[in-house]
Design a protein around this ligand. Sequence first.
Ligand code: PHE
Length: 462
Amino acid sequence: MAQIKREQWGSKIGFVLAAAGSAIGLGNIWKFPYIAGQYGGAAFILIYLICTAVIGLPVLMAETLIGRSTQKNPVGAFKKLTNGSKFWQSIGGMGVAAGFIILSYYAVVAGWALGYIYQAASGVFYQFSKPEVAGQYFNGLISDVVWNVGYFIFFMILTMGVVYAGVKNGIERGSKIMMPILFLLLIILVFRGVTLEGASAGIRYFLHPDWSHVTGEAILAAMGQSFFTLSLGMGAMLTYGSYMSKKDNLPSAAVSIVTLDTLIALLAGLAIFTGVFATGLSPNAGPGLIFHTLPVVFTKMPGGYFFSILFFLLLTIAALTSSISLLEVITAYFVDEKGWSRHRAVLFFGGLTTIFGLPSAFSYNLLAKVSFFGLNFFDFVDFVAANILLPVGGFFIAVFVAYFWGFKKALPELKSGAEKLFEKYYWTISVWKILVKYFAPVLIFLVFLNSIGALKLIADIF
Ligand code: PHE
């Protein structure tokens, strides 16, 4: 098989923006605010920050390191480091499968965001007097097969277009354009939020911890969220890391990615809660917060028409820079391991993911009555991917680096490009080793047990 030279990022900042783009997505803007809303605002946020520092960052470093050391996709990377162990290759394969599954339903929600840019522009939000009415309207749209599937396919085509153009010309260039726009849009929205009359109640809610909501479940939710939002455990960061040069400083890039991701989640929460409180609505609407509550929030604020369009544009861009990383994992695998051309892999698997995503889009219309373990298809695949595949993947990544590959081999790889850090702040590396070796595996295992427990509970009811 003729070896075509594997692509690399044009620069370290190219990698940081692409990886931050993968991390920053629906998880930050849609999921984080409503989970924080459900679990007591600031108290939850504090726990989330601790989880991110203690597990998120170390596992992100471990996963990216596997990719950069091998310059391969998840399956090829484990193959190379273990001399072909079938077990470890199947862990990589599970990541590729998880990418496929997550993309299939993630793009459905992203399609709703895309469709809502048009809804916002049409001015329809001004007909909604309260969130229930907005919610009914939203339910009406997603139960319309043509609307739901149409925007889903539209979004998949955007995703495929970027990945089709390649690592440097597609993903890196796209991220370099989209990420600054995303920051700008968010800053505008935060500014709008905090300058609203009555915004201080939202800020207080966000900064004042209510410890009564903080249960074991909240801690596990914080950990799961930290995993999902950093795109960990399924090879996206591994694959992006595989295009990284060994001359670049990996720990510092990882810190930048985590910082950006966390900052964006906090800013999104701030923008949303100031709006929600200033207009006297409820912060704990759950998953419907964005599509039920926010449209009403916008109609009640000065300039809301304009800001509502910007908001759904923000959401769509954030989702797009994440969905491309999901498709890239699958693409890299078929290009590296099976010798496919990038174009063929993108068209084939983009198409296949779209077909596999149809039942998720149908979960709100044609298949609304079909349930799997008591969940609709959409919630079922979300549950399997986010609560089972990602933690299991993350667990094995930490265990692999600490116990199988071993720090003796991993550390020189980590050091490459980060020599100064190793000289001056070696203690940070020692902390990383402890976190990867003990903290991450144990804590992730707990998250996983909780997921299984929840699964059993659901099965019992069923
Ligand atoms: N991190 C993305 C988000 O927060 C979701 C994602 C998960 C993307 C796993 C890639 C891999 O929306």
